[in-house]
Design a binder for this molecule. Structure first.
Ligand code: NAD
Length: 412
């Protein structure tokens, strides 16, 4: 009986073919196949470090040892350190805290290696002691990659503290660091054991980083969720002002409800896109919308542009290309540009010259199996993929965005 996982071997001989041999000593060719099951939970867990909340203790420290290496982003430790340490002490958890200051500019091999050394110093029992990482998307990516390297894979649990972390970097299986002037050039697919999402961390996040995360929400909304896009359009400024409804103050309950809906829809839509294609075998990825030119733009403009800001510039350009090809109507293009602007996101940057954009195209084409596969919306929720974007077309699309910024939207 073939269980699908058994080692297959073939008779040696002239053509080397044949079915399963009766005796392995006659084999000359083996075919190895295995499937790697992946399962992890993504859980919205508000007030995660409130003393009376047992979720973190139970879900991240559920075993008898109660011992963990906890890697925390420096700013998060400054803001939440007392509560965090109080939580661990109050729940009798034995924690070794490692604090890392992260930034896109130092998201590199050295940073990951520091984490590897901390894991080693801790003397981790990797079967029973998942690393706990608490911080923004940069720290999640760095620690996730270090965990993938350590003993060929050590489990880890994510607690994102930024909007990008909450609705994007904390959800999938990708980890990595920048290398040799390229975004996320070193990395691994290394699923977390669990992601615990507490939106209340957003209360202290600077406004610019809320906008940064809303750019990634705009991405998934335009690719997959028309209702989410409608919410972004209607409440752009309110969502910015209220940290996506987490700091409503006088804005009230309605906005809190809208913020919750925006976050839940963004997470759901993102996971619905990621889950069927975790290993990115299908290169037509709608979640690559805004991620064709942006890696090149972001690295060239470092440290000026945040990740989501580079994504916003890319989305504007991609939509302008779609409009010029008659895929996206001019009204929807204007709505996209207007909404991104009201989210206080940039639509252009001085580094975006012809040569840089052409480099972005070349890099994305190499990365996507020799075809550009530029995702663009036909309308909100309906992605299509575009090929063969010429330098001239790029320049015209870029001018279209510039015209709109200058208050003079030309016909597509
Ligand atoms: N792996 C993935 O699938 C994936 C997806 C999207 C983005 N990313 C990566 O995520 C990174 C961007 O993540 P990011 O936007 O979270 O940036 P970040 O990690 O640099 O965090 C942004 C800033 O917020 C601060 N901070 C963190 N939590 C805070 C809080 N609660 N209150 C106040 N300040 C806080 C940090 O100190 C930092 O200065 C990029 O490197 C991007 O490539 C990865």
């Amino acid at each position: 009986m073939d269980d699908g996982n058994a080692l297959r071997h073939a008779y040696g001989g002239a053509n080397g073919s044949g079915g399963r041999a009766d005796h392995p000593l006659t084999a000359r060719r083996w075919s190895v196949r295995a499937a790697l099951p992946v399962s992890y939970e993504v859980v919205i867990a508000p007030d995660l470090i409130d003393p009376g909340n047992d979720t973190l203790a139970e879900r991240a420290f559920g075993d008898s040892s109660k011992r963990r290496l906890v890697v925390v982003e420096q700013r998060v430790l400054e803001l939440f350190g007392d509560r965090l340490i109080g939580y661990f002490e109050g729940h009798d958890l034995r924690v070794e805290l490692v604090c890392l200051a992260t930034a896109e500019i130092s998201k590199d091999f050295e940073q990951a290696f520091r984490v590897v050394e901390a894991i080693d110093d801790f003397g981790i029992d990797r079967r029973n002691e998942p690393i706990l990482v608490i911080g923004g998307g940069v720290l999640l990516d760095v620690v996730g990659w270090a965990a993938s390297l350590y003993r060929r894979g050590t489990p880890y649990i994510r607690v994102p503290t930024t909007l990008v972390g909450l609705i994007d970097a904390g959800l999938g299986v990708k980890t990595g660091v920048n290398h040799a002037g390229h975004k996320n050039r070193l990395g691994a697919y290394h699923p977390p054991q669990l992601s615990l999402l507490d939106p209340h961390f957003l209360v202290t996040l600077p406004r610019r980083h809320i906008g940064n995360g809303l750019a990634e929400i705009a991405k998934i909304a335009l690719m997959r969720d028309p209702r989410l896009w409608a919410l972004l359009r209607a409440y752009a400024r309110d969502l910015l002002d209220s940290a996506v409804g987490q700091a409503c103050g006088q804005h009230g309950q309605d906005l809190a409800g809208t913020g919750d809906e925006v976050i839940i829809r963004a997470i759901h839509s993102m996971l619905a896109e990621l889950e069927p294609n975790l290993w990115e075998r299908d290169l037509n990825r709608a979640v690559d919308f805004g991620h064709t030119f942006s890696p090149t733009i972001e690295i060239a403009a470092l440290p000026e542009l945040l990740h989501g800001e580079a994504v916003a510039i890319d989305m504007a350009l991609s939509c302008a290309i779609a409009c010029r090809r008659g895929i996206l109507d001019p009204q929807t293009l204007a709505q996209v540009l207007d909404t991104l602007s009201r989210l206080e996101l940039p639509l252009a940057h001085p580094v975006c010259d012809q040569a840089l954009l052409a480099r972005g195209v070349a890099d994305a084409t190499r990365h996507r199996g020799g075809r550009l596969r530029l995702p663009v919306p036909r309308r909100p929720g309906e992605p299509v993929f575009v090929e063969d974007v010429s330098r001239d077309e790029l320049a015209m699309a870029f001018m279209l965005v510039r015209d709109w910024v200058g208050g003079n939207l030309a016909a597509c």
